[in-house]
Design a protein around this ligand. Sequence first.
Ligand SMILES: [Zn+2]
Ligand SMILES: [Zn+2]
Length: 194
Amino acid sequence: MERKIFHGKIKPVDIAQALLGEFNQGNLRAQTLGQSDKMIVQIGTEPGAVSGGQTAVTVTIQKLEDGIMVELGQQAWMGVAASLGMSALAALRNPFSLLGRLDDIAQDIENLQISERIWQVIAQSARAAGVSTDLSDRLKRVTCDYCGAANPIGEPSCIACGAPLGKMQPNTCRNCGYVIQAGDKKCKNCNQDI
Ligand SMILES: [Zn+2]
Ligand SMILES: [Zn+2]
């Protein structure tokens, strides 16, 4: 499972609609479940599609205090590998047999790229909404432990009372948007070096 966090003014429905628009066509079917704060988008091959095997993947979009968290589940395969394998075997025995299976192969390869395309659509909608995996300006404020004043990130001492702000400097993982703490060497979500 892969998870990304987008900080800023974006709602689960924004992503859900973008995914529906992109994937509910051709050989694929997409449907949404859930309501405003937590939406699930299921994307899969149309049952009984003529070409290729069957595949399905679930995207969960959850509202956070100041943004959304998107989780992409493991893509499930029903017969795609088998379909590719059959093509390879048939080709070994008789290269001309491939001619009859070109549709299957093209569709299987397209299906293999669904997860990648899902992240692309999500990144596009995030960009369009002006949000990113960077921390939003509001969360970038550091609250002073002593007087409660909100300070801009990077400020060494409180602008109101002068108390040292020390290590209270929130930031996010460049790769996935997960909020990282001072002293973290690796992202706890995606394991990327910080
Ligand atoms: Zn203060
Ligand atoms: Zn990360």
